[in-house]
Design a protein around this ligand. Sequence first.
Ligand code: C5P
Length: 401
Amino acid sequence: MDLAGKNIVLGLTGGIACYKAAEFTRAMIKAGASVQVVMTSAAMHFITPVTMQGLSGKPVFTDQWDARIGNNMPHIDLTRDADVIVIAPCSADFISKLAHGACDDLLSTLCVARPATVPLLVAPAMNVEMWQNPATQRNLAQLLADDIQLLGPDAGEQACGEVGMGRMLEANQLLEEVIASFQPKLLKGKRLLLTAGPTFEPIDPVRGITNLSSGKMGYAVARAAYEAGAEVTLVSGPTALAAPYGVRRIGVQTAQQMHDIVMAQLAGADSRTDVFVAVAAVADWRVANASAQKLKKNADGSAPELVFEQNPDILATVAALPKPPYCVGFAAESENLLQYGEVKRIRKNVPLLVGNIGHDTFGKDDNQLVLFDADGHTSLPRAGKQQLARQLIAAIASRLT
Ligand code: C5P
């Protein structure tokens, strides 16, 4: 319930992406928010107030002169206990109105009349030519200068058949952005590199050795870092998870590939990485005699002989660099966490190590963590992985100099 107790004013303007606003409303309600919908007359060409009322559970406001509000001032009263205003979809026309402070309908007036403390987020949705038009770009620059936050847009196929920038984000991405807007920007301006998920070490072209890591904890840390304002690159082994919105994901299969990508990221031309978090459950060994062809059963019933060799330790390699980023390791133990955690932190030579009981957490949505640093250890009690990831990001941010 990431939006529990939040009052959100959702404005809809004219655009085919209004259909996504229905799903977005449901998603915010499911996340615990209370949603007050306001629609422009153009929006009502695309979706009805009946649908939006049904989904939000509240009467929809469309008219500046709506007398249902006691003082007949919906442009004031609707935002006075709002935590955020989100315009999704936000048309080129409405962006122009916001840039100029127009007040010619309820939604535009309400935006101008919002208290300075209420953030305004807008999710542009328009044809690619409209997006690229210099007038639109000028207006967008003005919005950014006025501290109005843009959510997307994305590039891709458009309803008109053309392809390019201007697609509104999907409902789940908008939800992630709204949730992110409430998180403190503890890592603003920082770059964070992470590993997550299992690795897969081939035996032959169709078989391999892997482990039960789902990637959920690493992905939660990546998302929490993005929410905190960091630029995040996630190097991920094979998982079934979607990349968190705003996070750059590079997919890999083997430990060696994960190592090579991580080192390339750290060595790149504009490679300032502030924090490296190794969450991946990296296979300790790979099969040295992996077969190029699928192994066949032997007629005599004997099993194939696999020869193992050790994989590079990515975390230890990064920590041993002449100027390492702030390194955070994870330890999945099956027992004696307090004892093994501290030993592992020193062996890996990292300032912060996060311990958990591996078989207790793999694949699950919750976890409990112990943070080990030079001063001792701190326990983060059982909670959802996203919540723990936010606590971990706060702990990392507080340790950066
Ligand atoms: O040595 P162990 O595998 O228990 O250490 C776990 C920590 O080291 C995790 O942070 C994991 O991501 C990292 N690791 C790594 N490369 C390896 C093995 C582990 O980065 N080859």
